[in-house]
Design a protein around this ligand. Sequence first.
Ligand code: PEP
Ligand code: MN
Length: 341
Amino acid sequence: MIVVMSIGASPEQIKDVENRILEWGYGVHPIYGAERTVIGAVGVPEADKARYLAQLERLPYVEKAIAIVRPYKFVSRELHRETTRIRIGDVEIGGTDIVMMAGPCTIETYELTLETARALREMGVRVLRGGAYKPCTSPYSFPGLGIEGLKILRNVGDAVGMAVVTEVMDPRNVEMVCEYADVLQIGTRNMQNYDLLREVGKARRPVLLKRGMWAKLEEWLQAAEYVFLGGNHDVILCERGIRTFETYTRNTLDLSAVPAVRELSHLPIVVDPSHGTGRWSLVPAMTRAAIAAGADGLLIEVHPEPDKAMKDGAQSMTHAGFADILQQCRPVAEAVGRRLV
Ligand code: PEP
Ligand code: MN
């Protein structure tokens, strides 16, 4: 870390800071300027850093104390040059192939889920999405079928031969959801639910970690680090749009997060253009753009009859609409050296 002393800090005050750093057991490298002194401290362990930074900043003769390395380690690109490949059923994400994950926002009935799954499977899609536990802004809206929904999703997945991804909201449900799901989704609202992150960290299922709608990349990657530290290294990041002043779209889909995450982390990243835009008409273009930007996969909402969907109909594709997206995306994938399975 770097400690910037206030202008006019006395030699005693500078000495005090140096002594504190030495007492903590770290190396001190001061640069004495005419006006201001800057002190470098090396060898500070991750666990102590935040506390020491705050303690130093509390001193009236310290202007700033700054960490110089990133606040996450295991998920950082420095640790792994190659993008991590993660297995989902019989597909792998993070390699050349772009993985499409699609399905209804919410599991409504066995029949409807099966209808969509069959159509998707015929188009070559291998991962089915569907929510059984729905985080709802309104306490009056449909919260999902719960365990019944999980059973439907699993049965449909098995019937058509697709892996399934579904959201888990409660740390107490993680073990149970693992019995039905191939991938555990952490929704945007729970990205900083640290008890939940720790719990899925213990699970033996890949985690699809959505970006908090308010979260900076650094906070998102720190959330991924939580899962990693729990022992689960199979984390897939999902950009799903962030809150901005714009209201025409439901969220602002931050596609720059895709190449940025590539620079910062070795984790694969997928894009959710459905929640990212909130409008089905914008989903095809944003899907093409996501692939061009380097996404490893897509998470897209599809419903047999979006105008009758219980949730998120406005952003859901019909089966035919989704088939069009696949058509449009193949040449885009090829153009950037990827393949659409
Ligand atoms: C979803 O995938 O249906 C969902 C609720 O997503 P998000 O957490 O991104 O809003
Ligand atoms: Mn949804």
